[in-house]
Design a protein around this ligand. Sequence first.
Ligand code: 5GP
Ligand code: MG
Length: 182
Amino acid sequence: MEKDIARVVVDEKQIKDKLIELSKTLINDYQNKEWTIIAVLNGSLVFLADLIRLIPFSVRLDTIDASSYGDSTISKGEVNIIHNFKIDIEGKHVLVIDDIIDTGNTLKKVLADIKKYSPASLKSCVLLNRSGRRQSKIKPDYCCFNVGDDFVVGYGLDYNNKYRNLPYVAVLNDECYRRNCP
Ligand code: 5GP
Ligand code: MG
């Protein structure tokens, strides 16, 4: 995979340090509350796994599947949401975790969907924020890093379902996008 990387956008050390800082904020905001995290699949999985292991008290966890990108790097605009919650959300303090907010359409739809289940509170947390292409008036409550316009992969984020297991966030070589490597 290394040969496909044009440049690293957020390295492992930056991620590690930021997650410690974020976990302290979340511990402060959610301790003594019945905290429920809903992770947006699949891109948030690596972020989620590292983050929840920094939390010293019990966290309830479920997932929601939201897809808009298909196999390309351009958002199709419409968002498909699939979930089958196995835990109760009503009256719980829910935090939605996603990999990146771009147009904002995904997070907007996910939050609207979860709201129907009457949580006690509903907030959002993203690893990456790209504010230049926002279409919805939406601002995540917790955000780790701002990124530019280039499509990024790694630390959970994919390109055609590859590169999710890179331990950092990076931009691929142009050639990679053209010939769909590796
Ligand atoms: P939005 O609906 O905000 O435009 O996009 C949110 C979703 O699009 C994210 O959850 C993510 O799955 C995908 N996405 C947006 N930008 C990128 C990117 O730069 N790289 C990858 N791999 N996925 C992205
Ligand atoms: Mg996503």
